[in-house]
Design a protein around this ligand. Structure first.
Ligand code: ADP
Ligand code: MG
Length: 828
């Protein structure tokens, strides 16, 4: 911190010199001329990073590289970065090595955090490329020369070049700022300075209210992140500039629920950490949640307590959202179940933002059913004790002291729910609007704006709506990529990439950073990143004319899963088959390549106990659809929860277990690690047939590797993961075996959530201390023994799927499965 401050002084001195220059120059010279000269200078300075090309198709990129090869001689590592033409929020690295062209997708794991395939996660596109210029990290070679066009866009980079606008802001002369912005040669208003701050960040840091107002009027982005990954509101809270917060919220429609992508801190955490009570009060008055939880679960109160910020502690302890008018009798329907709620809302028009709250099948749980675009989404509301009080929460969202508080706050911020709450239906069937009209319009507008304006905006950790059962929420650990957070689609929950769970970094000081490269932990990926294959080339296609789309049957990661009908040509005959279609919407914030990866994985597989892939289909409306066989009874988890009385215990469960082990043995042979084996991802075709599905997280193992190393983590199903997955990101068949044990446990406990209400981190400690899930009441000792073997700490001591398969086949305990299993095996 010491050296940060020293460097900061150096930085300020340099800028102070510049300041004098700017103020005098603006007085004496024509502003347009000055700005033109400034542009030219910046262009010159940024020549060294002008490797960015706007949307450029693959062929055009190769043509440019070919020209480059002629110019530079045949060198390895000639590259350019381009905006992908297939997906708006993605960049692609195009590279030449040994005369061959490679195209690598650059993923944005979280806001501003990038990686190339499974390489290290690095903050800032500029820093990422810099790193790959230093070492190949799994690419065919280091990056060397580039085809020149623009420097990378500010929204994606960590640092820029200080321009006249920054200097005019620092000098605190509003007229000069206005003058610059009114010139047609003004610099990008969101450009970052050499310390990584935009003009608005600077205005916030130094408390320049008038300038902030001008910047916002001219369209400054209020949720862009600075070098430290803070929004302007975070900066105000860190530097105690309380007066700026109302400007950002009222004029700029800034939301107070933007999280720092590395710590999950909201602005209110920052204020509590610094003990800035005035900021805290203002945030609370603007309806910031009072107990939001950071990635490590800490609330602002926890933070204020641990740093002895007594004033903030007392504000937070005693805070009671004022003016809450909503009451339980407006929306609480204890008697309704899922379909009842659906009917009620539909019969009242299913307007976006309309909701009711009902009891869940689970004890001490509620469910909120919310309408969005004519669909009803269900989110579980859990309760727990926090600070000696009962509190309510949805998924990873903030804690609230009552359901009324929760409703009130979700009418201000969606926290990742499909939309904010606007009106309820009461038990008498009346529609009750939530707020006074003007208040509501304002906030709804602000929310709309925030969601629509920022491509890379992360409001909060979205809760997972329970698609078929009320009880399937909260299965994934926190930490999400921003792109999945944008627009906060709860159906887009699981993540492929981002850090394995670890403590968030300590809060950053509010000073500008040293001007060296950020030190990022870089992990050599186990296998080199694979170039992107274009969708058209290798996937089985289905003509959209042959598909009929039916009703929604579930929520998939990329969007809804619907039932459909496929007219298939079989020889001369046309037959109609039922299919399940996973829709990938073209406006989706998700990664199309991940979607295609799932399709590609599935296409390689053909097995009686694995859901059969039929093809992909492109359409104007949905962009891409993944078509697979329809599995009539849906998810095994839903079935064991809802239809327990129809299950023969243990014989049905034995049969499904044997089939899962059989399907997994096949994956083991194919060297494919599933990574998401869980009861929710087993589908039942009939009571006689279970099939493994959901290959969204699966990975192929390299030819001479026993495990897949995820250098980037993701929204991981921690409770299903073996310790080596969580601790080292190592995935293998043996870690799938661990998950198989947990799946067995779910089956024999009829869909209980494993480890109950324990948090991911608590589960990790529980496992580390040698404890394991207890034997479910109905679980025969023999099966519990298998589970325990699957949960051996040492991966090598766990049984293989081959062994498990043999065990189910040969042990007399499972005699009831013999006939069915024989016919299944024959079909192979
Ligand atoms: P995600 O990647 O989001 O977990 P899944 O593949 O698990 O998506 O699909 C989500 C839900 O959609 C499943 O839980 C299931 O209810 C339904 N579903 C998915 N595939 C099928 C299928 N082939 N047949 C019937 N229902 C399906
Ligand atoms: Mg699933």
């Amino acid at each position: 911190m010491e050296s940060d401050q020293e460097e900061e002084e150096v930085y300020m001195n340099r800028e102070t010199e510049e300041l004098v220059k700017v103020s005098q120059l603006l007085k004496t010279q024509n502003v347009d001329e000055l700005l033109k000269a400034d542009r030219k200078e910046i262009k010159e300075t940024e020549r060294g990073i002008s490797w960015y090309h706007e949307i450029l198709p693959r062929d055009a990129a190769e043509d440019l590289l070919k020209q480059g090869l002629v110019k530079f001689g045949n060198i390895d590592g000639l590259f350019l970065v381009r905006k992908s033409s297939t997906s708006s929020s993605e960049y692609v690295l195009s590279l030449v090595a040994e005369g061959k062209f490679f195209h690598f997708q650059i993923n944005e794991l979280k806001r501003m955090q990038f990686s190339i395939d499974d390489g290290p996660a690095i903050v800032g596109l500029d820093c990422l490329i810099q790193k790959y210029m230093e070492m190949p990290l799994g690419l065919p070679c280091k990056l060397t020369q580039f085809c020149k066009q623009y420097p990378p866009p500010h929204i994606a980079r960590r640092r820029g070049t200080t321009n006249l606008l920054h200097n005019a802001v620092l000098q605190n002369i509003p007229e000069n700022v206005e003058k610059i912005l009114n010139s047609k040669f003004h610099p990008d208003i969101d450009a970052k300075s050499s310390s990584g701050s935009t003009a608005l960040h600077l205005a916030c840091e130094y408390g320049m209210e008038e300038i902030a107002t001008i910047l916002i009027k001219h369209g400054a982005n209020v949720s862009i992140l600075d070098y430290h990954l803070r929004t302007p509101v975070h900066v105000c809270c860190a530097t105690n500039k309380a007066g700026l917060i109302p400007i950002l919220v009222n004029d700029g429609h800034a939301t107070l629920t933007d999280r720092c992508p590395t710590s999950g801190w909201l602005p209110i955490h920052e204020a509590a950490f610094k003990g800035h009570a005035e900021c805290l009060m203002i945030l609370l008055n603007f309806h910031s949640p009072y107990y939001p939880r950071a990635d490590d679960g800490k609330t602002p109160l926890d933070i204020a307590r641990s740093y002895d910020k007594t004033e903030c502690v007392s504000i937070l302890e005693n805070f009671d959202s004022p003016g809450i008018k909503t009451k339980k009798s407006d929306w609480f329907h204890p008697e309704l179940d899922r379909s009842g709620a659906q009917c009620l809302l539909e019969s009242h028009g299913c307007k976006t933002g309309m909701f009711i709250i009902r009891n869940s099948r689970k004890i001490s749980c509620h469910v909120i059913s919310v309408c969005h675009q004519q669909k009803v989404y269900n989110y579980e509301i859990k309760s727990t004790h926090y600070d000696g009080k009962l509190v309510y929460f949805i998924d990873k969202g903030p804690y609230y002291k009552s359901l009324e508080h929760l409703v009130h706050c979700y009418s201000k911020y969606s926290h990742g729910m499909q939309c904010i709450l606007t009106m309820s239906v009461n038990p008498a069937g009346e529609i009750i609007p939530l707020q006074e009209e003007d208040d509501y319009t304002n906030l709804a507008e602000a929310h709309e704006l925030a969601v629509n304006m920022n491509d890379d905006y992360s409001p909060a950790l979205p809760p997972r709506p329970s698609s078929l059962s009320d009880d399937t929420a909260d299965q994934y650990a926190p930490s999400r990529s921003s792109r999945e957070i944008i627009n906060a689609k709860p159906d887009a929950l699981k993540l492929r990439t981002s850090h394995p769970p670890s403590a968030p970094p300590p809060p950053v000081p509010s000073q500008p950073p040293p001007s060296k490269l950020p030190s990022q932990k870089s992990v050599e990926p186990a296998c080199p990143p694979s170039p992107i294959a274009e969708p058209e080339t290798d996937l089985r296609k289905i003509d959209k004319k042959c598909l009929k789309i039916g009703k929604e049957i579930g929520q998939g990661e990329f969007g809804s899963v619907v039932k459909g009908e496929y007219k298939k040509q079989e020889g001369r005959k046309t037959i109609k088959i039922d299919v399940a279609i996973k829709l990938f919407h073209k406006d989706s914030i998700n990664n199309k390549n991940d979607f295609l990866k799932e399709a590609r994985t599935m296409q390689q597989l053909k097995h009686e106990c694995i859901v059969n892939f039929l093809g992909i289909c492109e359409s104007d409306k949905h962009d891409l659809m993944l078509v697979e066989e329809f599995i009539a009874m849906g998810s095994m988890l839903d079935f064991i929860i809802d239809c327990q009385d129809q299950i023969h215990v243990p014989n049905d469960l034995y049969l499904w277990a044997a089939q899962i082990a059989y399907g997994m043995m096949y994956l083991e042979e194919q060297k494919l690690v599933h990574r998401d084996l869980a009861a929710r991802n087993i589908l039942l075709q009939s009571k006689q047939r279970a099939k493994i599905s959901d290959f969204g997280l699966s990975r192929a193992l390299g030819s001479n590797s026993d495990y897949y190393k995820a250098s980037t983590g993701g929204r991981w199903p921690i409770k299903w993961y073996a310790p080596e997955c969580v601790n080292y990101g190592q995935f293998s068949h043996a870690s799938d075996v661990w998950s198989f044990g947990v799946t067995l446990w779910e089956m024999f406990s009829f869909g209980e959530p494993p480890y109950g209400e324990m948090k991911g981190i608590e589960v990790i400690q529980y496992i580390e201390s040698g404890k394991r899930l207890e034997r479910p009441e109905k679980c025969p000792p023999k099966v519990y023994e298998i589970m325990n073997n699957c949960w051996k700490k040492d991966a090598k001591e766990r049984p293989t799927f081959k062994y498990l398969n043999q065990h189910f086949e040969e042990d007399n305990e499972y005699a009831s499965t013999k006939d069915t299993m024989k016919s299944v095996r024959k079909k192979k």
